[in-house]
Design a protein around this ligand. Structure first.
Ligand code: SF4
Length: 393
């Protein structure tokens, strides 16, 4: 039985991938993507809004623009639909007449959209450098090695993989191949309940915090039955006995945005704003979620604010673009960002108006840039895992 203080750690796990400057050089195996070709309009171009409108109008129903909740306002303005990654992928699949799906989000989301949309639809990511540091923390090679470790410890047969939507297509395919399911932050509890009906243990990838928070706070799994698999240590830093005793094997990954919130930020905001309700995303650290008043997915946070009483005060622990938009949408309530330090998701923010204009104008001129394609074999298994999630009760 084991748990370590490291379990809550959010110090960045060293990446096996060479660090690339965002938008420069190329690494097709990384969620950071590859360089973005083409001449982008200058960000200061005063005609950008008019150009985006004109190109979108020219494309008509042939294009469908998806905007993730964490995108900038200037991009959201052109989205046909907004939502979290899974809702957006499903919305895209429900629009077969759209030849081009422009995904204003990050790389793994565009991959999921490609998996769920038809053959003839092309999914386009306006900036290929829009990756996700969390998804990058679990590579196919590392996860295959982890499975070998579990096999050697004699626990692989009793283990069901559950992977968060925020993972690469390769990891989703691994999950499908080994009889597991995908989950979102909205249905993680149902996914875990299902998984524990199939096996004795869960390997939860790649976000340790969502896995731990759901297992411990929603399902009553004891904290000391959650162990942390560190892909940068031999055998994940765990003994065979620890693996045999564990119920939840958590991958050592985290979101660099949600991992920033601390118990100090919760204490500080309570002192600064008496009567404030602290509402955080389950990608936050366990001690932050425990200290908060409420916890829930992006969609849950949006609904909670919609239902809140006028005059109520809220400190929100999620991505800053969304918190600012919520503050603007609810002028009758006080809505603040949980941390005093301003922090956007830097890769989400890679998608800006110049990239969107460049993408739409390219499509309108008959060029299809930055197409995200998942190969047929990966797609087959990834889709099996996604389908299992869709079939969850
Ligand atoms: S907010 Fe976190 S999980 Fe979402 S794209 Fe950014 S780094 Fe990845």
């Amino acid at each position: 039985m084991s748990t370590t203080t490291e379990t809550y750690g959010t110090d960045p796990a060293p990446s096996p991938l060479a660090l690339l400057l965002l938008g420069r050089e190329a690494d097709p195996n990384s969620e950071r993507g590859v360089e973005c070709p083409g001449d982008l309009p200058a960000a200061s171009d005063p005609d950008l809004v008019a150009r985006a409108r004109a190109a979108k109008e020219k494309l008509g129903d042939r294009v469908f623009i998806l905007g993730h909740h964490y995108q900038r306002d200037e991009v959201i303005e052109f989205a046909d639909v907004t939502g979290d990654s899974f809702k957006l992928a499903r919305d895209a699949a429900a629009r077969p007449e759209a030849e081009y799906i422009v995904f204003c989000g990050v790389h793994f989301m565009a991959e999921s959209a490609d998996i769920l949309t038809s053959e003839r639809q092309r999914v386009v990511l306006p900036d290929l450098a829009a990756g996700c540091s969390m998804a990058d923390m679990a590579t196919a090679e590392q996860v295959a090695e982890c499975w070998d470790v579990l096999t050697e410890a004699g626990v692989a047969d009793a283990t069901v993989p559950v992977s968060y939507m925020n993972s690469s297509a390769d990891i989703k395919a691994f999950t499908g191949r080994h009889g597991g399911t995908i989950c979102t932050s909205s249905n993680a509890k149902r996914a875990l309940e299902w998984a524990f009906e199939q096996g004795e243990k869960v390997l939860f990838l790649p976000d340790q915090h969502l896995g731990r928070n759901t297992a411990v706070l929603e399902m009553g799994v004891p904290l000391d039955e959650c162990v942390l698999y560190n892909p940068h240590k031999p055998n994940g830093g765990l003994t065979a006995e620890q693996l045999r005793d564990a119920k939840m094997i958590l991958w050592r990954g985290h979101c660099s945005v949600h991992g920033r919130f601390s118990v100090q930020s919760v204490d500080e905001v309570r002192e600064r704003i008496p009567g404030v309700t602290v509402l955080v995303h389950p990608e936050c650290k366990h001690e932050v979620v425990t200290a908060a008043d409420m916890v829930g997915s992006t969609e849950y946070i949006i609904k909670a604010l919609d239902a809140a009483e006028p005059g109520s005060k809220w400190a929100i622990g999620t991505e800053l673009n969304l918190v600012r938009r919520l503050a603007k949408a609810h002028p009758d309530k006080e809505v603040v960002f949980l941390d005093r330090t301003v922090c956007f998701c830097s890769t989400m923010n890679r998608i800006d108006l110049p990239h969107l204009v460049w993408t739409l104008e390219s499509l309108a001129e008959g060029r299809v840039p930055n197409v995200i394609t998942v190969d047929a074999e990966t797609e087959r298994y990834a889709k099996a895992a996604l389908d299992r999630m869709l079939a969850l009760p």
